[in-house]
Design a binder for this molecule. Structure first.
Ligand code: HEM
Length: 130
């Protein structure tokens, strides 16, 4: 199986449990007070739902789908809008991998590396729009 297929299936296993997204946000917010601050007024139930779709977009773009929706995320996260510090994407990805580790029973070092490789271009597209 190629890396994008492995990651697609791993994400399917993670998505079976809403706790995956709850854990992601708690790991992500624990990684920086500044990040926690960004979500104080956010409806987290809605945000978890939006993120579920956002991660799917990152994977689908790696599988060759149009990057139109990621370009819109680049716009919403740039300096003129949410003003998301480009350095925070590393924390974002590390928190995501911590949640995958916790929720995917098939997680191992190879799968971790595949996730990072597959998401990299899409994350760079969003980060690069800063
Ligand atoms: C909103 C995805 C990275 C903070 C959103 C939304 C999505 C999303 C789908 C809702 C749609 C929108 O408003 O445009 C992603 C993805 C990321 C990422 C896929 C990584 C590649 C980050 C990072 C931060 C962040 C690193 C840092 C704090 C926010 C905030 C909102 C948001 C503050 C708005 C929350 C609100 O409405 O109150 N993100 N995001 N995001 N994101 Fe991200």
């Amino acid at each position: 199986m190629n890396a994008t297929d492995s990651v697609f299936q791993s994400y399917g296993r993670c998505c079976r449990n809403e706790q995956f997204f709850k854990d992601f946000y708690s790991f992500f917010m624990d990684s920086s007070d500044e990040i926690r601050q960004r979500f104080v007024n956010t409806d987290m139930a809605a945000q978890r739902h939006l993120l579920r779709n956002g991660i799917m977009q990152l994977i689908l773009v790696a599988r060759g789908m149009s990057d139109r929706k990621l370009r819109a995320l680049g716009e919403s996260h740039n300096r003129h809008n949410f003003n998301i510090n480009p350095a925070w994407y590393t924390l974002w990805l590390n928190a995501l991998m911590k949640a995958v580790n916790k929720h995917d029973p098939e997680y191992d070092r190879d799968l971790d590396a595949q996730w990072r490789e597959v998401l990299h271009p899409g994350i760079e597209l969003i980060r690069g729009a800063y």
